[in-house]
Design a protein around this ligand. Sequence first.
Ligand SMILES: [Mg+2]
Length: 215
Amino acid sequence: MINQNNHRHVHNGIWQEVRDTNIYSKRDSPALFIDRDGTIIQLIDYLNDPKLVYLIPEIISIISIANKKGIKVIMITNQSGISRGYFDWDKFASVQNVIINKCKKIGATFDGIYACPDHPDKPTKFRKPNPGMLFAAQIDLKIDLSKSFIIGDTISDLEAGKRAGLKQGWLVPTGHGMRDRQNVSNLADSSFNVHLDTNYKDIEVVVTKLSQERS
Ligand SMILES: [Mg+2]
């Protein structure tokens, strides 16, 4: 059974978890969308063992800064291992608990978490590169997508961000980041800024700037 506390539940076929305590703020906020596997934690295919969670310290530092600056942090993750029958939502939850608790210990928290179980052969509007999870977060957390950005290790992350109308995306060097470099560069255009040589310090600058724009 999935823990019904903490506002986490499977709805419309995806995991939707709103952890933000300030969801009733009227104003649309900027958000930082972040992929999980290969971006927040070290890439292990179809991870379902909580003992194999290894955080990537540079991104955790960005999350912590965003938390302090009032930028919402939203995890968006494809989890096709569920539709492939490799693990279930309970296993997913046990891995998530470890990630969340490890992050919390070092001062990084998530305002929202979205996970899509779709098989790549039968994707719904939620499976990245489709932007459905970002649109779900937009409604749940009152996000201004045009002021938001995305960090991921694959082209599907950045493409989802672009299709959701985000301003910019960052490809990290971890996970599949090096593999997808060339393809991701083709996503760049006048409406969507792509950062390939991701320097985590540069992301910190953008996060800080975003928070200043709000005040
Ligand atoms: Mg990834």
